[in-house]
Design a protein around this ligand. Structure first.
Ligand code: ADP
Length: 249
């Protein structure tokens, strides 16, 4: 599925917090059309790297390009306009708004912020059908009119995915899509992410190796802010340095 292009590339990307190198000279390459996992022990720098890629943090040094264009230091909304959008967090859901209302708002934000140019044909007409389609894709259609505050945990996470899908970004970044889920929700989410990955590039962080093994074409293992290993899941899983890093956790 991977195309010839590079969706995201970082060069010597570094983030220093008060002298501490949380991300240290990272050269990352995410191929267009791939599903790319970022893994590593706690404190490895995954969240920091994620925040750098989406513009939520500015790097101390190094560069980030998206489809060849420099986005280093751009704020999140401008990075998003280049085609990179991240999953919303449960903490940004409104308890009193229904799933349908959330998706409607996300679709409005989508056209207002000018994401439209990515795939304009999908947004022409039939907004109601588009909302229904998104809710159906994440399995929330039966709960469309329930306030988000009353949804179960796994349902809230599904709503987060519907909201990032509403943006329809070419590059989708998912921050621990299965965190805190029971096994059934985990498997449902794997299926969902697999479907929504069709035709786009996905970068995700997840601690669950079953999820990583099921979804990722490519895995980057971070340790102490640096890339420890990179490759296919089976390749990195059997890498001695990776085994040692996880044993040391
Ligand atoms: P991971 O997501 O892999 O667990 P993080 O990116 O959250 O790792 O953190 C990497 C390191 O950077 C940790 O040691 C953490 O304490 C430190 N760190 C992260 N954010 C900050 C911050 N805002 N200020 C100071 N240190 C931070």
């Amino acid at each position: 599925t991977a195309g010839g292009r590079v969706a995201i590339r970082t060069r010597a990307l570094t983030k220093v917090f008060r002298g501490f190198r949380a991300v240290d000279a990272v050269d990352l390459e995410v191929r267009e059309g791939s599903v790319h996992a970022l893994v590593g022990p706690n404190g490895a720098g995954k969240t920091t790297l994620f925040n750098l890629l989406t513009g939520f943090l500015a790097p101390t040094s190094g560069t980030i390009t998206v489809f060849g264009e420099d986005v280093t230091g751009l704020p999140p909304e401008r990075v998003a306009r280049r085609g990179v959008a991240r999953s919303f967090q449960i903490t940004s859901l409104f308890d009193t708004l229904t799933s349908r209302e959330h998706v409607e708002l996300a679709l409005q934000g989508h056209s207002r912020q000018g994401f439209r140019f990515w795939r304009s044909e999908k947004l022409l007409g039939r907004p109601r059908a588009r909302v229904d389609d998104l809710l159906t894709q994440v399995g929330l259609m039966p709960l469309a009119d329930k306030p988000a505050g009353l949804l179960a945990y796994g349902q809230k996470r599904a709503l987060e995915l519907a909201l990032v899908l509403a943006l329809d970004p070419p590059v989708m970044l998912l921050d621990e899509p299965t965190a805190g889920m029971g096994i059934e929700d985990v498997d449902r989410t794997i299926e969902l992410v697999r479907r929504l990955a069709a035709g786009r590039t996905v970068v995700f962080v997840d601690h669950n190796m079953h999820v990583v093994g099921s979804l990722a074409d490519r895995v980057t293992v971070l340790q102490q802010g640096r890339i420890l290993a990179e490759g296919g899941y089976d390749e990195v899983r059997n890498d001695d340095r990776v085994i040692t890093a996880y044993l040391g956790e």
